[in-house]
Design a protein. Structure first.
Length: 238
C-alpha cells in the first residue's frame, strides 16, 4: 500500500501565532500533529506528503521520515480532494488517504488489510466532541453518516435530530483502480474546491463507489482550533 498525507492547509481557525507554520505542524505535547502518527506512517514504504502553505517548513519532516513532497501550488483556491490527486502518476498500488490534522491510534492500520475500499468510522467520537463544543455546535459541525450492511451509503449530511452513531475520521483506503477512477471523475466535475465528504457522497451515487465500513473505537482527535489543541494535549498525556 501507498500513503498520501494531506498537509497543504494553514489552519485558518488557529491564532495568528500558530498560523506561522502549516496546520499539521501545530504542537501537541511538544510534538507536531503529524509526528504523533509516525508509528502509523512508518508502516508504508512509499508515501507522499502534499504541501501548500509554507511548504519549506515541511521539508525536514519529509526528509527525515522518507516522504516524497508534492506541492499544491493552488492550495489557496483548491481543497483536499484536489490535493489528493496531485501524485496520481505515482500511485501504482492501493492507497491510504490521511488528513494532516488528525491524531489516531496506529493500530487502525490492521483495518486496511482488506481488499476493498475501506473507511473507518469512529464510534466513540461524541465523548470527545462534547469537550470541544456545545450540543448546538456539534450538530452544526459534525456530519451525518448512513450505513447499510456494513457499506457506506452517505456521509457529510446535516444532522437533523439525534446524533449519528459514527463519525468520519479523515482517513480511508482506496483500491488502485478506484483511486484513478475517482481522479477521472474529479476532473470531469470541474469543482476544485469541493470538500471531501461531498465528493465521497457524489462518487457513491454517480460512479457506484463502494466503501466497506470498519468501526473504530480507540482515540481520534481532529485539530481545528486552539481548544482542540488543549483537549488533545490533556487527553494524550493520560
Amino acid at each position: 500500500m501507498q500513503l498520501i498525507l494531506l498537509s497543504a492547509g494553514r489552519g485558518s481557525r488557529l491564532s495568528k501565532r500558530l498560523r506561522s507554520k502549516p496546520k499539521s505542524l501545530a504542537n501537541v505535547n511538544d510534538k507536531s500533529i503529524i509526528e504523533h502518527n509516525l508509528e502509523f506512517f512508518k508502516k508504508f514504504k512509499n508515501k507522499y506528503i502534499i504541501t501548500g502553505y509554507k511548504q519549506n517548513l515541511l521539508s525536514s519532516f519529509a526528509k527525515k521520515y522518507d516522504f516524497k513532497m508534492v506541492h499544491n501550488k493552488n492550495f489557496q483556491t483548491t481543497n483536499m480532494v484536489y490535493s489528493m490527486f496531485l501524485p496520481s502518476k505515482f500511485i501504482k498500488d492501493d492507497v491510504v488517504i490521511c488528513y494532516g490534522d488528525i491524531i489516531f491510534d496506529p493500530n487502525i492500520f490492521k483495518f486496511f488489510a482488506i481488499k476493498e475500499n475501506m473507511i473507518p468510522l469512529n464510534i466513540n467520537w461524541l465523548n470527545i466532541w462534547k469537550k470541544r463544543m456545545s450540543n448546538k455546535d456539534i450538530k452544526e459541525d459534525a456530519e451525518d453518516v448512513v450505513i447499510k450492511k456494513n457499506y457506506l451509503l452517505s456521509v457529510g449530511g446535516k444532522i437533523i435530530n439525534k446524533y449519528p452513531k459514527h463519525q468520519y475520521m479523515g482517513i480511508f483506503k482506496l483500491r488502485k483502480n478506484s483511486y484513478h477512477k475517482l481522479n477521472n471523475f474529479f476532473k470531469k466535475l470541474k469543482k476544485p474546491k469541493i470538500d471531501m465528504t461531498s465528493f465521497i457522497n457524489i462518487s457513491i451515487k454517480n460512479i457506484n463507489l463502494l466503501f466497506k465500513v470498519k468501526k473504530y473505537k480507540s482515540y481520534w482527535y481532529e485539530i481545528d482550533n486552539e481548544k482542540d489543541l488543549i483537549i488533545s494535549s490533556k487527553d494524550l498525556r493520560k
